[in-house]
Write a protein that binds this ligand. Sequence first.
Ligand code: HEC
Ligand code: HEC
Ligand code: HEC
Ligand code: HEC
Ligand code: HEC
Ligand code: HEC
Ligand code: HEC
Length: 399
Amino acid sequence: MVIALLGLSTFVYYCKNVKSESDYYNPQVLATHDNGGHFVGSKTCMECHADIYNTHLKTAHFNSGAIADSSNIKGSFEEGSNILDLKNVEFVMRADGEDFYQHTRIKNRSAEIPPAKFDIVIGSGVRGQSYLTWEKDNLYQLQTSYYTPTDSWVNSPGYPTYYDEPRPIRDACLKCHITFAKSVEPSPKGNHFDKSQLIYGIDCERCHGPSVEHVVYHRENPEAMEAKFTLKIEDLNRQQRLDLCAQCHSGPRSIVLKGNSFSYATGEDLDQYTKNVDRGDRVAKLDVHGNQYGLLTRSECFKQTATMDCSTCHDPHKKERGNTSYFNAKCIGCHSKDAMLCSKTTTDKHIMANNCISCHMPTTPSQAMMVQLDQDSLETSFNIRTHLIAIYDKELWRD
Ligand code: HEC
Ligand code: HEC
Ligand code: HEC
Ligand code: HEC
Ligand code: HEC
Ligand code: HEC
Ligand code: HEC
């Protein structure tokens, strides 16, 4: 009997190990890109790129689209601060264990509207968040959003101040705020998604491409020090490197020319896939919201150098916001020779704490990203750091 039991447990132990070993060399595929590449998720990168993995978890990118839970919804569910009161409707936010709901009460009407669950959080919360809800496999935006500067619930940008039907979310929010989603039949352009192939956050493989072969190769060849089956970003040309960021940082790009919003892959020519509605080339028409590419490429610093791209100032793996001395050092990296120095008088510089960007890249109100704080007030703009590096009038200087 004892021998039989021992034998059995050895057998079970053996089977388990074989299984986990084969998982190791055949990592679970989370989704498949149009180009056939398989995504395996950043957890698989951790064992070999621990430093990058750990700093990446703290970035706004990684936290920009997530399954809603108590750790990432910034708004309050406490009695008293859980209400958004609009003209003919009141929304009350309630928690039920680990689930969170928006309850809708239309004033002077007894119509019952079922509570809508907070399923997905969009926005890391630097400025605010919006929330999405599933109805079966269809995705909708909640009318309630959250605005960080006032720490309160607000009407979602673009919604009227009265009750409106939930807005279907096509891939327009997802394409910039998460790594991958797949629209499915019957309406490939609709708000119907394959829930089993959603990859949340802007993860490693959104920038580096689906990486199953790379992971398997290096797991099978732990002694190999030369990277295989992954794109070498440093070998890409300037436009290819810019396109990698521009897919989400050059305006809405709402016209899809080829495939769908997720078809472009790093290294390809972005303009073959998507483009902006043509509003002319005037800088004044480029909104600061999300068009860092359009603004930067019109700056003298960019035009008069051959190599400047987003990585000149940003390390995409790190949270850098607010690190003034780090950014000033980037400017001084080029502007340290006589002809390139700032000729502004020191008194004024003292006012802005000698911070280059508060005068040359001031935060600027966005015309595209506005929010109405309560039913009686005018819309307030989100302030975004302009990437048109230039000489501005004193009135526009701002941290
Ligand atoms: C089993 C180990 C292993 C795993 C797992 C792994 N890598 Fe790597 N990776 C390497 C090695 C080794 C190199 C080459 C040395 C280096 O650059 O660190 C490398 C290099 C890279 C490079 C740089 C390529 C270059 O030369 O510019 C990228 C990008 C990369 N890996 C991305 C990923 C991503 C994304 C994941 C997870 C999906 C991942 N790696 C998982 C071992 C691994
Ligand atoms: C998949 C779309 C996507 C790609 C690709 C992308 N970004 Fe972003 N980026 C975003 C979104 C969305 C945000 C806002 C995140 C938030 O706060 O929710 C953002 C935020 C940022 C921020 C502000 C971070 C902060 O701390 O608030 C920087 C800087 C940035 N991106 C730089 C880059 C650079 C550089 C690249 C290219 C290497 C790049 N991004 C590629 C979508 C993208
Ligand atoms: C073309 C890419 C793009 C699309 C499409 C897009 N966003 Fe964004 N979003 C950004 C970027 C980039 C930022 C960071 C601020 C900036 O640079 O303007 C941002 C910021 C935000 C923020 C503030 C995040 C924070 O943490 O402060 C919210 C909330 C947000 N977006 C919600 C949405 C919703 C909801 C949709 C769909 C209706 C959407 N976005 C569509 C690129 C995009
Ligand atoms: C927003 C886009 C973006 C994301 C997300 C991203 N990377 Fe990168 N990564 C880049 C860019 C751009 C470079 C090239 C940087 C340069 O040229 O200075 C790079 C370089 C690298 C390199 C080689 C150089 C180095 O710094 O060692 C490795 C390895 C790497 N990334 C791994 C990862 C891993 C692992 C993750 C996720 C944990 C990740 N990256 C997430 C854009 C990204
Ligand atoms: C890669 C090198 C490089 C970096 C980094 C750089 N610049 Fe420049 N910048 C230049 C060059 C080159 C010019 C054009 C000089 C000329 O016209 O003589 C320039 C021009 C300028 C001008 C004059 C603009 C105009 O319209 O006349 C200002 C202001 C400026 N830079 C500020 C900055 C600030 C602030 C930073 C940091 C956020 C920065 N630069 C980072 C290279 C750079
Ligand atoms: C000359 C340096 C420089 C270059 C080049 C540069 N940035 Fe920035 N970027 C900055 C500085 C400085 C900030 C402000 C950081 C802060 O607020 O702490 C910033 C902020 C941002 C933000 C956050 C904006 C906000 O107000 O929330 C985004 C997004 C961003 N950069 C994207 C990009 C992209 C995409 C590129 C390439 C097209 C790029 N940057 C190139 C210096 C640069
Ligand atoms: C208090 C605001 C302020 C600060 C801080 C500031 N600048 Fe300037 N800068 C100016 C103004 C204004 C001009 C236009 C020159 C003038 O009219 O005297 C200028 C001009 C420039 C120019 C163009 C060359 C010239 O002098 O005409 C460059 C390059 C420049 N600044 C770089 C920088 C860098 C790099 C930093 C950070 C180390 C910086 N500036 C900090 C306000 C500022």
